[in-house]
Write a protein that binds this ligand. Sequence first.
Ligand SMILES: [Zn+2]
Length: 271
Amino acid sequence: MNQTSENNPQQESKQPENKSFSMIKTVQNILFAGLISATLFTLWTPNNIFSNQLFRETILNIELNQQQQFLPSATPMPQKRIGIVAGHWGNDSGAVCPDGLTELDLNLRIATLVKQYLIEDGYTVDLLQEFDPRLSQYTAMALISIHNDSCDIINDEATGFKVAAAASNSYPEKSNRLASCMIQRYQSATSMQFHYNTITADMTSYHAFGEINPDTTSVIIETGFMNLDRKILTENPEIIAQGIVAGIKCYAKNEPVTVEVTTAPITPAPQ
Ligand SMILES: [Zn+2]
């Protein structure tokens, strides 16, 4: 008993130590368990899974947005579509020379070359007849109608080319710009003179201008006179076509031009 009683004080004196020790242990354990579960919570909770899903969804949205930029819109703008009318094609022969050379022959040959060169440059091209049904509300970046002038021997002035912009266009400044481009680039390609003073109402009020969608930029070109310009028209149609293509590309690529064009018929239509 005594021993026990002797030991008791020791035991009694130890007990508080043990109690406080076990309490520290318990607190440490709780803290440790808390730390582990907190770590696991951070790593594996649905919050984390959700944030992974959110990340994936964000990436998916970015990808979708990028794809949508290349999808056609509801009203696609035909940025690289060009319409080329081969004057008189499918209707009549146009002007005729005494030896049988027709304006239609020249127009169709030039228009076919223009189409070929534009396609080589990545454009989509519609080669159209004079009264092509597709002209009705035709929508494109531009429409160019190709014609040639009379084979009659008029005078020494009956040489050179004419360009007229659509008078009835929604954006006349655009058609005027295409005309400016056409005049300057065609002139430098062919070295032919531009007939400022012989553009007629027949040209500015050309029938197709009133049929196409008024948003479509449009010009008509008379590439030369079939008598005095016959040599270049018949022997070098590729130069003629290159001049027209250079004019179209000048407009399409917004290249600088120094020629200013305003839409106004200058002289009455010839008989
Ligand atoms: Zn014609």
